[in-house]
Ligand binder design. Structure first.
Ligand code: VGL
Ligand code: ZN
Length: 191
């Protein structure tokens, strides 16, 4: 069986200067790029919303999951951060494309679990943005789909509003059975 790296939403709008910039979102890119080179199978998820997406608000509250418009399809904000290594053999999954439906998880209506199983993957390592939203939802769904699931904490950053939300998300994940690790605990692809 094989393992896959999942890079969640490393897009311009979630990095500093973006519409929904996460503090330090770009700092994790060197760590992720190193991991990308040591995995055979790499998945990139993308938040990809129509202009009229249900999560968009004029006065976004964040804490109630209303957000400023972000990652609008065919805008530069939806593009991967330019420093991210995007492999030509990477599996790209788009989510949040239905105007009426919010989708934090990379497994929601994307066929990702089946794509991974078809490649004999039984273990996933999750990195990216944001720890307290899309990383968390993706990790919980990975577990539900039967994958051994790791979250690489130092390769993730969160919205963290109110402060403490990231820590809370990590403890919820741990309780659910997700293994929280740092990148130096991951062996080479021969593992
Ligand atoms: C995300 C809020 C809204 C994420 C996506 O990628 O964590 N957060 N849309
Ligand atoms: Zn979104």
């Amino acid at each position: 069986m094989k393992r896959a790296l999942i890079v969640v939403d490393l897009q311009n709008d979630f990095c500093p200067g973006g519409a929904l910039g996460v503090a330090g979102g770009d700092e994790i890119i060197p760590v992720i790029n190193r991991l990308i080179n040591s995995f055979e199978i790499v998945v990139y998820t993308r938040d990809r919303h129509p202009e009229n997406h249900v999560s968009f608000a004029e006065n976004p509250q964040f804490t109630d999951k209303s957000w400023p418009p972000h990652c609008v399809d065919s805008t530069p904000g939806a593009d991967f951060h330019p420093d991210l290594l995007v492999r030509t053999d990477g599996i790209i999954v788009d989510k949040g494309t239905d105007p009426e439906v919010e989708a934090y998880s990379g497994f929601q209506d994307t066929g990702l679990a089946e794509k991974l199983r078809a490649r004999q993957v039984d273990t996933v390592y999750i990195t990216g943005l944001a720890t307290d939203y899309c990383v968390k939802a993706t990790a919980l769904d990975a577990l539900k789909a039967g994958f051994r699931t790791f979250v690489v904490a130092n390769a993730c950053r969160g919205v963290d509003s109110p402060p403490g939300t990231v820590e809370k998300a990590l403890s919820e994940l741990r309780e659910a059975g997700v293994e929280i690790i740092t990148d130096d605990e991951i062996g080479s692809s021969a593992e």
